[in-house]
Write a protein that binds this ligand. Sequence first.
Ligand code: PLP
Length: 377
Amino acid sequence: MRCIFSGKVASGGEVARLAIALSRIFSPSIAYPVNSGRCAINIALLSFSRKKPERKDVIVPAYVCPSVVDIVRESGFNPVSCEVGIDLNLSLAALSTALTVNTLAVIAPHMYGCPARIDEIEKLCRTSGIFLIDDAAQVIGIVHHGKMLGTFGDIGILSFAQSKSVVTGIGGSGGALLINNSDFDEEIRLDCNRLSPPPHRLAMFSYFLWNCIWGSHTGNSGYYFTRIREALGLKSSQIRINARISNLDAGIAIAQIERLETMQRTRIDKIESYYRAAMKFNNLHFPQYAPGRYLARIMLELPMPVDIEALRSMLKRRGINTRPGYLVQAVDHGHANERCLLEVPSGKEIGDIEAFDICAIISGALDALHCPSSIGP
Ligand SMILES: *Cc1c(COP(=O)(O)O)cnc(C)c1O
């Protein structure tokens, strides 16, 4: 509210405050706030390419947010899909055979906050002379083997978009570059200083509040809001440009970062509730669970084959809103392992009883759809 009423939406002092807050969390890495994770990946890949211009391949996991694959391509590189393990993160064995003399970099995300084997991936990349992006878009403030996720490899990236750990809005609402290898300090500081403040953030923020935060009250009126957005001329291409983070989004990010630990603790309780519940049903599996582990989203794995849309509409009729996982990208050799993941609700209302009821309803719906009665071997 302070940013809005003082008229400091696009730029202002919050941006520098955010840079300081992030640099403190990720010390000794230096943080540069930008307007999206995609912007951070783009800047990182271009600076890698200046050092090894003949290399064009960038390895991405077979299971990843499609915008990662898109930005690799839009930056002028070839995305190369690499198999993932049970935990939905890069498989170390598959990665070591995927590296070639054309590999510029590896992008290693921590899917839904579940830590990848990033220290081993870092070692592998370093000995092979390949750059590494520690993609912590979905997870902020989690330590893995004594080091903060995001600080492994050459450059780390963060995102503050919807369904990440820190959420400031949608459509370019924020992110950051973390410089972990000081060889990149100078040029990335210059790249980031050259970025201009982002346009249209107040309109995007209202759009976010209306459709995402107040969605249960505003219902379908979001449709009309989309029309208004179009009338204002806010095309997604304008929202996707590389820019600094706005003062407004930076202020929101700071407020959330201040209560990150509380947010993480309440989420871990819900994760434990779902784990205890899912264990009671043979046709539900929680592949990313580990005791005390934080996850940005709770993804249950379902037996294949399953008609996921039929299942989701059955659940919706019972008042349970779910989201499907990503599709697995084709892996060059062999076949990508077909898997089906479903995100379950993890809002304020979820406790032991609610998690059990939701699991029981999903399990029963799978039976009604004649799905296999247990997850394969
Ligand atoms: C969301 C996401 C990104 C991109 O972040 P944006 O801010 O949406 O551009 C990159 N990597 C991963 C793993 C993500 O989940």
